[in-house]
Design a protein around this ligand. Structure first.
Ligand code: 5GP
Length: 180
């Protein structure tokens, strides 16, 4: 698995430090509010687990799975809800936990869905951001790392369902996906 990685961008230790900072910021901002924290599956599952351990205020957790049509490394923006939330979001403060923002299309779709369901507030925490790739005007309220336009895997992020279990995040060698 390691042989398929061109370059490690962030080590496990660097990610843990950043997740601690994000957890502290969320805990401070949501003091006294009991937000519903929503994990966008599957990519955000490790980030959600680590982030939630670093949030020191009462929260509730829920999970949503989306899939976007497109090729294996680029989303098309046509998003489908594969697994919906168990909880109602009406009147709730919502924090969406996302692995990475690329075009922004997935998130803008999700935010729209949650606002139409009458959430009281919707904010986003994203561990990784590729601001250079944005096609819609959207920014996370909390961002871990801004990264260049490269396809990354690890720490929950996959290519064809592989590499999610890498504890670090790295750039996948182009030869792995270019001839598919
Ligand atoms: P967007 O809708 O912002 O273009 O894409 C967001 C989703 O595409 C992310 O939640 C993630 O699942 C996937 N994605 C975008 N960039 C990458 C990347 O570099 N690596 C991986 N593994 N997935 C990515």
């Amino acid at each position: 698995m390691q042989n398929d990685i061109q370059e490690v961008l962030y080590s496990e230790e660097q990610i843990q430090l950043k997740v601690r900072e994000l957890g502290a910021a969320v805990s401070r901002d949501y003091e006294g509010r009991n937000p519903l924290v929503i994990c966008v599956l599957k990519g955000a599952f490790i980030f959600m687990a680590d982030l939630s351990k670093n949030i020191t205020i009462p929260i509730e957790l829920d999970f949503m799975a989306v899939s976007s049509y497109g090729n294996s490394t680029r989303s098309s923006g046509e998003v489908r809800i594969v697994k919906d939330l168990d909880n109602s979001v009406e009147g709730r403060d919502i924090l969406i936990v996302e692995d990475i923002i690329d075009s922004g299309l997935t998130l803008s779709y999700l935010i729209d869905v949650l606002e139409r369901r009458n959430a009281k507030s919707v904010r986003v925490v994203a561990l990784f951001d590729k601001p250079g790739r944005r096609t819609v005007d959207l920014n996370a309220d909390y961002t871990g790392f801004s990264i260049p336009d490269a396809f990354v895997v690890g720490y929950g992020l996959d290519y064809a369902e592989h590499y999610r279990n890498l504890p670090y995040v790295g750039i996948l060698k182009e030869e792995i996906y270019s001839n598919r």
